[in-house]
Design a protein around this ligand. Structure first.
Ligand code: NDP
Length: 316
């Protein structure tokens, strides 16, 4: 073993609510966790504004602030939080090998994967501008819908997520306009029927988003184009929701872990265990259904407890 190889009892990959919760539990259990933050320290919550649905914050909390507090809590119990990006793994042998930034090699007794998922966006300049400003672009209706009560919003997408989010928003907002790029939904029949039967959801088929309109600070509308007729329409709206899918950040685990067709890690039902002993998963990397900070935190706790029990059984 070369001098450059570090040995770690518990390595946590990712710094969202799942990773930090795993770190709090693992450090309190004397597993001396090392946590690598990845390229987006704090994870997806750092792109949201107010978080009002995480228990324990009666006044709400900003996403970035909550993530700083979670980091501080993990560090209070001794978690070694590091900058760095895990670029490669090898889970084929008894020792779980992980490489940081292509160079540093770490050998781990246990690995907790909390790499999350990234929401897909259209990529329009105006969409990214108002997303960064926190001015009315969101990829999470459950997180942000509340801020648009009694207002008019536009939502793009036609899968199950889009239908679920449109229906959720319809209960809060005055009107939801759904932008569907083809003349059919991708969603299941039942989800499609639900949005079609909701009075305050208008569906525009064969339509693409041209631009998110705003006053420089907040969204004021969306310009769309019918891709059959070429007709351009401006829809007044204060919110623009994007629900065109998520991509789990699991590419480096391909070939070692069982993934579903979208790339989500398949866990043993009711546990955080993967198909490789000593490798556990928490948060959105394995969850395309709930995707909430609080559910991610819950599975982070499960992963640390499963890792602790695995080590205890191994050490006899
Ligand atoms: P999907 O990949 O199923 O759907 C993405 C949707 O976004 C499609 O309608 C697609 O259009 C559209 N889209 C993609 N790119 C663009 C673009 N650039 N412009 C406009 N529209 C675009 O993702 P979901 O997140 O909806 O679902 C992911 C998985 O999770 C699915 O398996 C789904 O069934 C599941 N799920 C299940 C739920 C449940 O059962 N309660 C709830 C939520 C998700 P097009 O159709 O033209 O390709």
């Amino acid at each position: 073993m070369s001098d450059t190889i570090e040995k770690v009892k518990c390595l946590i990959i990712g710094s969202g609510p799942a990773g930090y919760t795993a770190a709090i539990y693992a450090s309190r259990a004397n597993m001396f966790p090392v946590l690598y933050q990845g390229t987006q320290p704090g994870g997806q919550l750092t792109t949201t504004t107010e978080v009002d649905n995480f228990p324990g914050y009666p006044e709400g909390v900003s996403g970035p602030e909550m993530m700083i507090q979670l980091q501080q809590q993990a560090e209070r119990f001794g978690t070694d939080v590091r900058d760095g990006w895990i670029t490669k793994v090898d889970f084929s042998g008894d020792v779980h090998k992980v490489w940081v930034n292509e160079t540093k090699e770490i050998h781990c007794d246990t690995v907790i994967i909390s790499t999350g998922a990234s929401a897909k966006y259209l990529g329009l300049e105006s969409e990214q501008k108002y997303l960064k400003l926190g001015g009315g672009v969101s990829a999470c209706a459950v997180c942000d819908g509340f801020f648009y009560r009694n207002q008019e919003v536009v939502l793009v997408g036609a899968g199950d997520s889009a239908c679920e989010e449109a229906h959720y928003l319809s209960k809060l907002c005055k009107k939801v306009t759904m932008i569907v790029r083809r003349d059919v939904f991708r969603a299941s029949r039942i989800m499609e029927a639900r949005v079609r039967n909701t009075k305050n959801i208008e569906i525009l088929f064969n339509t693409n988003t041209d631009e998110v309109l705003g006053d420089g600070q907040v969204v004021t509308g969306v310009r769309v184009k019918n891709n059959i007729t070429g007709e351009i329409t401006e829809i007044p709206a204060t919110g623009f929701f994007v629900a065109i899918g998520h991509k789990p950040n699991t590419d480096i685990f391909k070939g070692f872990l069982d993934l579903d067709e979208t790339g989500y890690i398949i866990n043993v039902l009711g546990t955080s265990k993967t198909n490789v002993e000593g490798v556990f998963v928490s948060g959105d990397a394995a969850d395309h259904v709930y995707r909430q900070a609080v559910t991610a935190a819950g599975t982070g706790c499960m992963a640390a407890l499963d890792a602790e029990r695995y080590l205890a059984a191994k050490e006899g």
